[in-house]
Design a protein around this ligand. Structure first.
Ligand code: NI
Length: 170
């Protein structure tokens, strides 16, 4: 297992649309293991392959308090979304230190392959539903700050670029 570098907004590679995984083979299983290691290392609750510059439809999530219930979603598709929505503050490992409200469906149904390539369906609500929708946006090249006003987004962009310059100088 390896901890992979995470792309930071506004890196243009975060806007790449991921392609479907052809087969859950050893290469994908290594990617999943590395993504889980990367997510836990960064103390995140979700990570999309896009964020580690791999543009295939793979997501890992763990919203458990003990960080011991990894969920692997390969080629996830939302088959149902509740008309009810909720607004939650979201954060993202690719936009460190930024949290803001995003409106999402309160409950969803998802089909996906697991880490062994088995097809599964799951129903999610609350934090898990938010997290799945957030990570699936990454696979479409969308970062949560794109839901915010242009003014807020530009402020975040400036802040991220400044932080990167400061890191480069340090
Ligand atoms: Ni994210």
């Amino acid at each position: 297992m390896a901890v992979l570098p995470i792309l930071c907004y506004p890196d243009p590679r975060l806007h790449t649309v991921a392609r479907p995984v052809q087969a859950v083979d050893a290469r994908i299983q290594t990617l999943v293991a590395d993504m889980l290691a990367t997510m836990y290392d960064a103390q995140g609750i979700g990570l999309a392959a896009t964020q580690v510059d791999v543009h295939e439809r793979v997501v890992v999530i763990d919203v458990s308090e003990e960080h011991n219930q990894p969920l692997v979603l390969v080629n996830p598709e939302i088959t149902w979304a509740s008309p009810e929505t909720q607004i939650n503050d979201e954060g993202c490992l690719s936009v460190p230190g930024i949290y803001d409200g995003v409106e999402r469906a309160s409950a969803i149904k998802v089909t996906a392959l697991d880490g062994e390539g088995r097809s599964r369906t799951l129903e999610a609500e609350g934090l898990l539903a938010v997290c799945i929708q957030h990570e699936m946006d990454h696979l479409l090249g969308k970062v949560f700050v794109e839901y915010l006003s242009p003014l807020k987004r530009n402020r975040i962009k400036t802040k991220m670029l400044k932080a990167r310059r400061d890191t480069a100088k340090a």
